[in-house]
Design a protein around this ligand. Structure first.
Ligand code: PEP
Ligand code: MN
Length: 341
């Protein structure tokens, strides 16, 4: 249920509604807009309805949220897109983000060279994994703490905010020391205790869609983060499992406009993992930008032939500036402007 307060509602009136909502055992989520305050009451629907808040002092109207995802739903924000602030860059609401970098941090030279190239090409943020969710336990698992240290160095050198993956709750504090955006990989999308922990940590989260997750399941996963008070969630379509074997996964381009109908949260697209092939990364990126995505997260490597992980899908660092220019041009057509410093 959403309680929309009147524009001239006083703090006392807002506090009193919050208390009444909480008296039913529900959670009251207060969002203060420029003009008015909205209180999201999340809990037992009947008990909240029984409070009969319509007509109470300061209350303008009471609106039910019909979807199972509440805080993530468009109803909750009256259809106004959320804008997430990341170290001076903005994601969503007409701001287009290019998050670029290697699949995994391999070495100082690899990371710093690639980071410099994506910076020069206009990237908004640097991506790179220190903890890697590999299908085989015998594959390279990431540099761990050393990878995080190198990411810190790349951030100091380029000024680019860092997007890096967290897989295990035990690494949270270390990851928070360097991550401006914590990536939750497709395989962890339904690790609900990890999501709740990130909700409490308060750092922006890039939440990837599970390999076989529906859009509703993705939004329910986002809800775990939002429910703990962290409003900064970026959704990511990264390709899903279908019967098609010509590509690594199948990019669900419809996810972009459909998620935007369902939710106020920004939506970015990962063309690299969807395609698994470098030749498809540009066309998929252009399609994503044209579909209204709020950004792209793309793998870039200074020497893809030698990449330890995901080389075949990496855009060579030398080609990044040209790639970025083409993607930006299409994003601009649908009203999204690159957000970089
Ligand atoms: C990645 O971004 O490197 C990655 C492992 O992605 P996903 O979780 O989408 O497979
Ligand atoms: Mn990868």
């Amino acid at each position: 249920m959403m309680i929309v307060m009147k524009e001239d509602a006083t703090k006392e009136q807002i506090d009193s509604i919050v208390k009444r909502v909480e008296s039913t055992g529900a959670h009251a989520h207060v969002s203060e807009g420029e003009l008015l305050t909205v209180i999201g009451a999340i809990g037992d629907r009947e008990r909240i309805a029984n409070l009969d808040l319509t007509g109470v002092d300061g209350v303008d109207r009471v609106v039910p949220i019909t979807k199972p995802y509440k805080l993530a739903s468009n109803e909750f924000k009256h259809g106004i897109p959320s804008v997430i602030e990341i170290d001076g860059r903005r994601v969503g609401g007409g701001n287009f983000s290019l998050m670029a970098g290697p699949c995994t941090v391999e070495s100082r030279e690899q990371l710093l060279t690639t980071a410099e190239a994506v910076k020069q090409g206009g990237a908004s943020m640097l991506r790179g994994g220190a903890y890697k969710p590999r299908t085989s336990p015998y594959s390279f698992q990431g540099l761990g703490g050393e990878g995080l240290r190198l990411l810190r160095e790349a951030k100091d050198q380029t000024g680019l905010p860092i997007v890096t993956e967290l897989m295990d709750q035990r690494d949270l504090d270390q990851v928070l020391e360097v991550a401006d955006v914590v990536q939750i990989g497709a395989r962890s999308m339904q690790n609900y205790s990890l999501l709740a922990e990130l909700g409490r940590a308060g750092r922006p989260v890039l939440l990837k869609r599970g390999l076989s997750a529906t859009l509703e399941e993705l939004l329910m996963a986002a809800e775990y983060i939002l429910k703990e008070g962290n409003e900064d969630v970026i959704l990511c379509e990264r390709g899903i499992r279908t019967f098609e074997t010509a590509t690594r996964f199948t990019l669900d381009i419809m996810a972009v406009p459909v998620l935007k109908q369902m939710s106020h949260l920004p939506v970015v697209v990962d063309p690299s993992h969807a395609a698994g092939r470098r030749d498809l990364v540009l066309p998929l990126s252009l399609a994503a930008a044209a579909a209204g995505a709020d950004g792209i997260i793309v793998e870039v490597h200074y020497n893809p032939e030698t990449a330890i992980c995901d080389g075949p899908q990496a855009v060579p660092a030398d080609d990044f500036a040209e790639y970025a220019e083409q993607v930006q041009r299409v994003a601009a057509i649908v009203g999204n402007e690159l957000s970089a410093l």
